[in-house]
Design a protein around this ligand. Structure first.
Ligand code: SB7
Ligand code: NI
Length: 186
């Protein structure tokens, strides 16, 4: 079972490296790792389990956060429209994205970052991704708003990019021109 002690923190090399593609079809070991990653994210949102094992709640996890430089990620969340996402993905790739940007108004956090990093993280409002899911099926997902933000945060980890790399250094709360927040419904 994955717990917080398995999660590497800032300074660990896999967090700043571009991860290697996972060979398809995935071997048993990679399948087990990805299944465990999804279970961890689910557990982290379960009040009893997260308290018992002292898990910090998260909506996603990428293999480089376990010290594994492999292109695998898992997500478990519901967006503001009530769509649920709960799956693991191998070799996810953004095949297209909007010019329009969005952001979470309170900024982002990361299970590999044990401090608050204030600021706006500009993201694409819409992305289309291709991946192989935990079941081994090719999938194409069209994501918007919060869901698009979560997948971009995880895919960034596969490219060695941290959320704070996107924050404007001189003016952390500057909102990108024309961007709308994805977490506030007006
Ligand atoms: C805020 C938090 C996350 C994604 C988007 C906005 C995920 C936090 C957990 N992780 O560190 C996963 O990489
Ligand atoms: Ni993260």
């Amino acid at each position: 079972m994955i717990t917080m002690k398995d999660i590497v923190r800032e300074g660990y090399p896999t967090l700043t490296e571009s991860a290697a593609p996972v060979e398809m079809p995935p071997n048993k070991e990679d399948q087990e790792t990805l299944t465990d990653m999804l279970t961890f994210i689910q557990n982290s949102q379960d009040p009893e389990i997260s308290e018992k094992y002292e898990l910090r709640p998260g909506v996603g996890l990428a293999a480089p956060q376990l010290g594994l430089s492999k292109r695998m990620m898992a997500v478990h969340f519901e967006d503001l429209n009530g769509n649920s996402y709960s799956d693991g993905y191998y070799n996810p790739k953004i095949i297209s994205h909007s010019v329009e940007q969005t952001y979470i108004s309170t900024g982002e956090g990361c299970l590999s970052v044990d401090r608050e990093v204030p600021g706006i993280v500009p993201r694409h409002m819409r992305i289309t991704i291709k991946a192989i899911n935990l079941n081994g099926e090719p999938v194409k997902l069209r994501l918007k708003g919060y869901a698009a933000v979560v997948f971009q945060h995880e895919i960034d980890h596969l490219n060695g990019i941290m959320f704070y790399d996107h924050i404007n250094k001189n003016d952390p709360f500057k909102t990108p021109d024309g961007a709308k927040p994805c977490d506030i419904t007006e």
